[in-house]
Design a binder for this molecule. Structure first.
Ligand SMILES: Cc1ncc(COP(=O)(O)O)c(C=O)c1O
Length: 472
């Protein structure tokens, strides 16, 4: 039988005993483990081409020996303590030593950046969207999908990105990717094949992305960010003809790329025959001003817009998109064809329904209100409890960049905060080693996941950590 790998010698007779021996051997070898559910006696009899009574006899024997447990409604399973016959198998393992108590302090207030409020995931509406999709999908839709993404989702996204991000959005230019991360690695492979040897990256930047970029085999060149965003003049002095930027809300400083710099960046791309990879990671969340349209809408033949639902819904969905010039969009389709044959289809259709039915817009409106209140609470509590700190990047996103008072030791503040139960990220690792030396000590604080009173309490504890970390 294929599943359980029980082989029977029919000429030898005693089929029930052979089946029982086969199960014992499988348990002994570790091939069948405690809790494994076995097929019903009827199914196994059919698979082995024996009478059902033979299997029932084998199961009864093994149950009597303690190998199997049969419970009404739960079928027959390998027993938790099923052991080989006495003396027939390996000696029982000594009981595991109790784990050492963990030295790390408990995280009571998690302000690490990058996480949306996962408790706000619209479960019911998502289920409704998934159910609606599944009810109406033709059977054919369950075949291998278009590797660039199902056409319905690309059409919905094109309409959404055009409306909300002022993108030049044509479904034919969209490739559905497993998040910005996969979009980036797929694009970098193509750029390398097209002769790009270097990628310019903002300084500071997301530390999570650096190893991904390294794995894609491109050399990164760091370009400073100042209060207007990426320093385009410095970019022009590098050899790079491709740049990865976060214009809507620079990660991590929160700076919005100024209008002059936007224009300069587009001009650079045209002069250098360059490509701009626009990471739009949290652009949905703008609080005090109208959203700035994406750069892609200004020059769709030079800019790739990368986005995902990781911050707007949940990173676990691994659903994102690249809106790219046709040759790169086609390259991404090929990339998926050659690597994984496309994204899971049911999730793509659920997101299609969610967009189409207005659920996505409604969810974003709710979250914008919620995050704005949280931002206000944290920014206010920081002003009170860390009066010497300078808070940046408040107008958008789901994190703040907090420059600590001069004289603070960033590592010590992070450490003291952790001991008080507050998990925060220090900013130094986000800077290039050269600029990290001069970068003021700073923290990057994600505020999306905590309600206001907890943010206020966390800020009080942070204030104490700073006071004892050289900033008091
Ligand atoms: C700035 C930035 N962009 C993009 C990503 C990746 O996002 P996604 O979940 O869409 O792959 C991250 C993840 O940490 C990030 O920090």
């Amino acid at each position: 039988m294929t599943d359980l790998h029980l082989s029977l010698d029919r000429s030898a007779g005693r089929l029930a005993a052979q089946i029982a021996a086969g199960f014992r051997a499988a348990v002994r070898s570790g091939r069948l483990t405690a809790g494994t559910r076995l097929p019903s006696s009827r199914d196994l009899a059919r698979d082995l081409d024996v009478s059902r009574g033979v299997v029932v006899t084998a199961y009864e024997q093994l149950t009597a020996e303690g190998f199997l447990i049969a419970r009404r409604g739960d079928g027959t399973r390998i027993a938790p303590l099923a052991r080989p016959d006495e003396g027939a198998g390996p000696p029982p393992r000594p009981p595991a030593r109790p784990a050492e108590p963990r030295a790390e302090p408990a995280v009571l207030y998690d302000l690490s950046p990058g996480q949306p409020d996962l408790s706000a995931f619209p479960r019911e509406r998502w289920i409704a969207a998934a159910r609606a999709a599944l009810r109406t999908l033709p059977h054919d839709a369950l075949a291998y999908p278009d590797p660039a993404g199902v056409p319905d989702l690309r059409a919905e996204l094109a309409s959404y990105l055009g409306r909300v991000r002022a993108a030049h959005a044509d479904p034919g230019r969209i490739a559905i990717m497993n998040g910005v991360a996969q979009g980036l690695s797929g694009l970098l492979g193509q750029l390398r094949a097209d002769g790009h040897t270097a990628l310019a990256v903002e300084d500071p930047t997301s530390v999570r992305q650096l190893p991904m970029l390294a794995a894609a085999g491109v050399r990164t060149v760091r370009v400073p960010v100042d209060e207007e965003g990426l320093d385009v003049a410095a970019l022009a002095r590098t050899q790079a003809r491709a740049v990865l930027v976060t214009p809507a809300h620079q990660y991590p400083t929160g700076v919005v790329l100024s209008p002059a710099r936007r224009a300069a960046l587009i001009a650079w791309a045209r002069d250098a025959d360059g490509v701009i990879l626009e990471d739009d990671y949290d652009a949905e969340f703008r609080y005090d001003r109208d959203p700035v349209g994406c750069l892609q809408g200004v020059d769709p033949d030079r800019v790739v817009l990368l986005g995902s639902v990781s911050k707007s819904l949940a990173p676990a969905l691994r659903l994102g998109w690249a809106l790219a010039p046709p040759f790169l969009a086609e390259g991404l389709r090929e990339h998926r064809t050659h690597t994984d044959l496309g994204a899971p289809v049911l999730e793509q259709y659920a997101l299609t329904e969610f967009l189409r039915g207005g659920g996505y817009d409604r969810h974003l409106r709710t979250m914008r209100r919620r995050y704005r209140a949280r931002r206000d609470a944290l920014a206010g509590a920081l002003a009170e409890n860390l009066p010497g700190a300078r808070v940046h990047g408040v107008s958008a996103g789901i994190h703040l960049y907090v420059e600590l008072p001069g004289g603070c030791d960033e590592d010590e503040v992070v450490e003291r905060a952790a001991r008080a139960g507050v998990s925060v990220a220090g900013a130094r690792a986000m800077w290039s080693p050269r600029r990290a030396e001069d970068a003021p000590p700073a923290l990057v604080l994600g505020y999306a996941a905590l309600p206001e009173p907890r943010l206020v309490k966390a800020a009080q504890l942070l204030g104490q950590a700073v006071a004892h970390g050289g900033g008091g």
